[in-house]
Design a protein around this ligand. Structure first.
Ligand code: ADP
Ligand code: MG
Ligand code: MG
Length: 891
């Protein structure tokens, strides 16, 4: 690469563009060093060295360790200190740093280079013995944890006990002698749990620490995080070795984290927290609840001014909101890390729009900045403002959105409850990275300690989960927590409001979200650049109106069967199916007709002046009948009842009625058996149904045209698109098209000329795609039903595949993604492209679109754009996402 053959680079040798090699942290430390910011000197061991480390069986080669040694020498010269020198010891941190930031997922060790001798040197040098031993005890605990895998709890307990025994509240009040005592106990823990002593030899400390950080790439929580965020396993992490600066040297010292803008709301104001007289991990670990950053302005105004200026400079330099870690040592500011700050979707939108308005980025940049998937979060639910609330505590509003669920107190319990279909709120004192699966499983998270930048808050925001943290007024005990007089037990319902920090007793009604001014702006910018039109899949006027509010430009798919399932209609639908002869069937259809007509009228009104695509009945008829098993049970119960009544001494008046019911059940059973198919998805459904029962499609077409007629009379501008499903052969389409056209003439007569309607088909059977040129002759539009098309192209039953082999296929990387979620470009996509080209060859004006689940998937939308389709259609709440994704595809 750039510095051929070397796997260890000093900060001054790198830059921000080298994150693949240096990891994000290392690349930014390099960039800041070069820019002249106050970064403690150090160097980075590259991700390449990490890959080498795994190839050589998890050991650092002598060559690599030699290279690290050389870099340490250079660092010693720069600092005028020596590693392991009892009089003037160099201390370093060993910090993990992967390519994509994985906050808190991997390990860092501070104060490396301390041992029984150098600790005394540090004490003499600083004139603060207690401080030196404080550093030493931190090193032993961190080292024990990271290198030897000893749970932090063992050390924390001892510290806790020491403070309790001596009545001390704060770490800074612990004396040198007390720290020494604790250090003795810590060393004992290491010997007991690791079977070997804490290494006194500093070179050995360094080697083990680097190896442990590399190895931490494969710890369980890092693996889970990578899976969630789709980070490749092969990437590896870099290790940064950096000279220490001390935030725990006294009252003119401290450490903190700031965001250049509010990561929760996006507001332009320095946001963050710091702790006096503390070392780095204390803030993020949530051990002590830190002070808001505005306090720093009062305590150390000069430092604060410098920090704000640096924040500003970094933000402009990176043209993005930054998350900055800093330490103040004896009133001098040091910057220890900067990175693009994690933010909620709401903040992302506001920041992008604000930065475009400030001319820091372009409008197109602003649109590109939005992670389309995260828009879902914006459509976050809130607590119904009308609801009466029993607020029992208030914490920090760490991640917006409201959640309601049963309280659980352990990550594993949350995980298990969620698997059993329960909605839970995870309640913890603080969360550690080991809790990540619990956060994922929960509806929301509540913690009693830790600030807005604590682990719980960062992780929850990243996942779009509501979170309230630092709620210090609650006391968490065993399987319960207390808030004032109230006690909430495991399994009790609680609600949290991540926007205000409220903790509420009981189940609370949640209100659907609204769209902010910034999002509206961003969507307008997106609309200016996108080529694809965005339609929605909607079956009711309510959904249609919602989708239209969210920017839908028409209905791409109305599934008429959903109208058949309404409880008051099902009996009519069933009698239509069960009808013995044509007259009986006609009777039932006549009852259905006005119902369908009013459905369509509702849709046309909601979509005034926009196209409404109505698919004629698609599923096999047996779906509308009760299950055979149920019927058989019913039959046997009715038989027994009949027998019982027949054997009774006196003629029972109920007998006739029970007999009649039995006959009815038997009729249903016969019909269900008759309609039974081994493979209903490939059976008598879609247009096949329309061919065999033309009166059903005729009724639907009649309802549509009657609705068109009455709506037009009201002044509604109707654009009806009638869609024939599951066509495989052109003859099917020809026949049904004729049926629809004849119905149109019959209903509308002379008015037909003034009606804007089209007839088209779904392309969801591979044969239809292949013969698209023939089909296009009889269709004004193609709507690719990519769910069925994927199912039939792959030959995967979509109802069976997902839960079974498909998950394994994706995990074992046989498939790049689940093809039902992300459109398969090579196979299904090729068919679509073929059909579009063939179809347009015959009919240049042919309208084309996608109406499967893929219409709301970002990668699939990109593909549809590349194919030059006219539209995608997705569910109402995916419409904003689709608008953004379509714009991103076009930029
Ligand atoms: P993470 O990736 O988990 O944030 P870091 O490597 O950033 O871990 O380290 C955590 C914290 O440790 C930092 O925020 C900083 O406060 C502290 N720290 C790391 N290196 C140093 C150092 N050289 N001097 C002082 N503090 C440090
Ligand atoms: Mg950090
Ligand atoms: Mg289909």
């Amino acid at each position: 690469a750039i510095v051929a053959g070397r796997m260890v680079l000093h900060f001054q040798e790198g830059h921000a563009g080298m994150r693949e090699l240096l990891g994000g942290k290392g690349a930014n430390l390099a960039e800041m060093t070069t820019a002249g910011l106050p970064v403690p000197p150090g160097f980075t061991v590259t991700t390449e060295a990490c890959r080498e480390f795994f190839q050589t069986g998890g050991k650092l080669s002598d060559e690599r360790f030699g290279e690290i040694g050389d870099a340490m020498k250079a660092l010693e010269v720069k600092k005028g200190q020596r590693f392991g020198d009892p009089h003037n010891p160099l201390l370093v941190s060993v910090r993990s740093g992967s390519v994509n930031s994985m906050p808190g997922m991997m390990d860092t060790i501070l104060n490396l280079g301390l041992n029984d001798e150098t600790v005394q040197g540090l004490g003499r040098l600083t004139g603060q013995e207690a401080f030196a031993y404080d550093c030493y005890r931190r090193l032993i605990a961190m080292f024990g944890n990271v290198v030897f895998g000893i749970e932090g709890l063992w050390f924390e307990r001892k510290l806790h006990k020491l403070k309790e025994d001596s009545g001390i509240e704060e770490d800074r009040d612990v004396s040198a002698e007390q720290w020494k005592l604790l250090i003795g106990q810590f060393k004992q823990i290491v010997v007991e749990r690791a079977g070997k002593p804490f290494p006194q030899q500093v070179e050995e400390q360094l080697r083990l620490a680097v190896e442990a950080v590399f190895a931490s790439w494969n710890n369980q929580r890092a693996q889970i995080y990578r899976r969630i965020h789709r980070i490749p396993d092969e990437q590896g992490t870099a290790v940064n070795i950096q000279s220490m600066v001390f935030g725990n040297l006294g009252s003119d010292c401290g450490t903190g984290v700031i965001f250049t803008r509010n990561p929760s709301t996006g507001e332009k104001q320095l946001f963050g927290e710091y702790l006096h007289n503390a070392q780095g991990e204390d803030v993020v670990a949530g051990v002590r609840t830190p002070l808001p950053i505005c306090e720093l302005e009062k305590d150390m105004p000069d430092v604060f001014t410098q920090l704000s200026a640096t924040a500003d400079r970094l933000e402009r330099h990176y043209r993005d909101m930054q998350d900055i870690e800093f330490t103040v040592e004896r009133s001098k500011l040091y910057i220890l890390q900067t990175r693009g700050g994690k933010r909620t979707a709401q903040a992302a939108v506001k920041i992008a729009v604000d930065m475009a308005s400030e001319a820091v980025i372009t409008r197109e940049d602003a649109v590109l900045r939005i992670e389309a998937e995260h828009l879902d979060q914006l459509l976050h639910r809130a607590i119904d403002p009308e609801a009466a609330l029993d607020v029992i505590a208030t914490g920090l509003p760490a991640s917006p959105g409201a959640a309601t669920g049963q309280a659980v107190f352990h990550a594993d319990a949350a995980d298990e409850a969620a698997r059993n279909g329960k909605r839970v709120i995870l309640v913890r004192q603080e969360t550690t990275p080991e809790d990540i699966h619990g956060v994922l499983a929960a509806e929301g998270v509540l913690t009693s300690r830790g600030g807005m930048t604590s682990h719980a808050a960062v992780v929850a925001r990243g996942m779009g989960k509501p979170c309230v943290c630092g709620c210090e007024s609650i006391r968490i005990g065993d399987g319960q927590f207390a808030a004032g007089e109230q006690v909430v037990k495991e399994g009790d319902w609680i609600s949290i409001d991540g926007a205000t920090g409220r903790v509420i007793r009981g189940h609370v009604a949640l209100k659907e979200p609204e769209i902010s001014a910034e999002l509206t702006q961003l969507l307008v910018w997106a609309d200016e650049v996108r080529d694809l039109r965005i339609y929605t899949n909607a079956d009711t006027p309510h959904d249609a109106a919602k989708a239209r509010e969210l920017g839908a430009e028409g209905i791409g798919l109305c599934r008429t069967e959903h109208m058949f399932f309404a409880p008051e209609r099902l009996p009519v639908v069933q009698s239509m199916i069960l009808a013995e002869g044509m007259t009986e069937r006609k009777e039932a259809l006549d009852q259905l007709l006005p119902m369908q007509q009013s459905d369509f009228e509702g849709l046309f009104r909601a979509m005034d002046d926009l196209p409404v695509t109505i698919r004629l009945l698609d599923p096999p008829l047996h779906e509308f009948l009760p299950e055979l098993g149920e019927l058989l049970k019913q039959q046997s119960a009715q038989r027994q009842e009949t027998e019982r009544l027949e054997q009774a001494e006196k003629q029972d008046p109920r007998l006739a009625e029970v007999k009649r019911q039995l006959l009815e059940t038997e009729r249903l059973i016969r019909k269900v058996r008759l309609l039974h198919e081994v493979n209903p998805m490939l059976g008598q459904r879609g247009c096949r149904l329309g061919i065999l029962f033309p009166e059903i499609y005729a009724m639907q077409a009649e309802a549509i045209f009657l609705a068109v007629k009455s709506c037009q009379q009201e002044g509604v501008r109707v654009k009806a698109e009638i869609m024939i499903p599951l066509v495989g052969h052109v003859n099917e389409l020809k026949r049904l098209r004729k049926l629809v056209e004849e119905t149109a003439t019959a209903v509308l007569g002379d008015e037909l000329a003034a009606v804007d309607y089209r007839i088209g088909t779904m392309i969801e059977v591979p044969r239809a795609a292949i013969t698209a040129d023939q089909i296009a002759e009889h269709a004004e539009f193609f709507s690719f039903g990519t769910n069925d098309l994927t199912q039939m192209t792959y030959g995967y039953s979509r109802d069976d595949a997902e839960g079974k082999f498909l998950t394994a296929y994706v995990e074992q990387k046989l498939l790049p993604a689940n093809p039902f979620q992300e459109l398969d470009r090579e196979g299904v996509g090729e068919l679509i492209q073929w059909a579009v080209q063939r179809g347009r060859g015959v009919k240049p004006q042919l309208k084309t679109g996608v109406c499967g689940e893929h219409g709301g998937d970002k990668a699939s939308i990109f593909f549809c754009h590349e194919l030059g389709l006219d539209y995608v259609s997705c569910s109402p709440y995916r419409v904003p996402l689709a608008r953004i994704a379509a714009a991103q595809a076009a930029i």
